[in-house]
Design a protein around this ligand. Structure first.
Ligand code: MTE
Length: 328
């Protein structure tokens, strides 16, 4: 099949580049996808197919309720409502399955059975956990967090999971460990997002935190959302949630966690370093090179995709908990 040509970042003209998804999606992916007939699988919410698509979407969200979740009272009420589940479940970024927000259907190809997460590197107790081990070992709680994408849209999401610091206590990083690298599932036979599998892209998707950031009380591993298991489009069965940073720092579908001495390369920072910095803290006063970060499009309730413009807060509103990490 004639496939998409993805230019190297330095070949992309500035005026053609919007956010990663908008750029790849609108300018290239849609055009080529139309020619290749791919569009049929990603545009199911239009026209007369609507009800079929909606019921299929609902099936992807209708997952086992997680028993015994304690709502964490410190992270419950916000100044804005929780985004509706049906909107959050059809407006995603998961480039392994395509450069379009509507990857929910393609993401159903993610094989989540017998999932293992390897924890390795500079730790006293390296471990390989399966999902049941993780859920049994770490008490699960619900936390309602703001979620701010670097593309200037936002949501409020009720995650279920456990704080990252609990994993740190279990594996005990040694004194040389300064950074932690998180690696997402990748199999070129399965994660076949159109346009995202040409040679030069730095797969697998990897993200990294400084050890002190991972130890912050807000840093979270989600194994669920809206009271049930994580849908595949949200990064099943386990993903990172770092609410004071832009959403791209939160790698989905994690298979490996490594404790390292030096800062590792990460996916978006390798691709476009001047646009996606390693730290990526939400900062309304620091514009992205191509758009302002002062406000955000807050997505809450449907029926269709609509948003309210809100001011973006420093550290996404979590400054009192995290600013100490960045004081010089
Ligand atoms: N993780 C992987 N493996 N692949 C991705 O493409 N996209 C990131 C992040 N984690 C991404 C990822 C980006 S840009 C965002 S905004 C969030 O996932 C989106 O999470 P959501 O789809 O659950 O809203």
């Amino acid at each position: 099949m004639a496939f998409l040509h993805i230019p190297k970042p330095w070949q992309i003209k500035e005026n053609l580049v919007t956010s990663p998804s908008i750029y790849f999606n609108r300018r290239r992916f849609l055009k080529t996808a139309l020619g290749a007939g791919i569009i049929a699988s990603i545009a199911p919410l239009t026209g007369c197919q609507k009800s079929l698509a909606e019921s299929t979407l609902e099936k992807t969200l209708n997952l086992a309720k997680i028993p015994g979740i304690t709502p964490n009272p410190n992270w419950q009420n916000l100044d804005r409502p929780i985004t509706s589940e049906i909107l959050a479940g059809q407006y995603n970024n998961f480039y392994e399955f395509g450069g379009n927000k509507k990857i929910w259907l393609k993401a159903q190809n993610l094989p989540t059975e017998n999932w293992r997460v390897e924890v390795t590197g500079l730790v006293k107790y390296p471990q390989t956990y399966d999902l049941d081990d993780l859920k049994a070992k770490f008490p699960l709680e619900e936390r309602i967090y703001r979620f701010r994408c670097v593309e200037a849209w936002s949501m409020v999401l009720p995650w279920v999971g456990f704080p990252m610091v609990a994993l740190l206590q279990a594996v005990e990083p040694d004194s040389r460990a300064k950074f932690v690298r998180f690696t997402s599932f990748y199999d070129p036979e399965i994660t076949t997002g159109p346009g995202f599998h040409l040679g030069s892209l730095p797969w697998p998707y990897q993200e990294s935190l400084r050890l002190e950031e991972m130890a912050n009380e807000l840093a979270f591993f989600a194994v669920g959302i809206y009271g049930h298991d994580l849908p595949k489009q949200h990064g099943a069965p386990i993903r990172m949630v770092i609410p004071w940073k832009y959403g791209f720092k939160g790698a989905k579908s994690i298979v490996k966690i490594e404790f390292l001495e030096t800062q590792p390369p990460t996916y978006w920072n390798t691709l476009v370093p001047n646009e996606y910095d390693f730290e990526a803290n939400v900062n309304p006063t620091k514009p992205h090179p191509r758009w302002s970060q002062a406000t955000e499009r807050f997505i809450s309730n449907g029926p269709g995709l609509s948003w309210e413009v809100k001011e973006t807060l420093p550290y996404n509103g979590y400054g009192e908990y995290v600013s100490y990490l960045y004081s010089v």
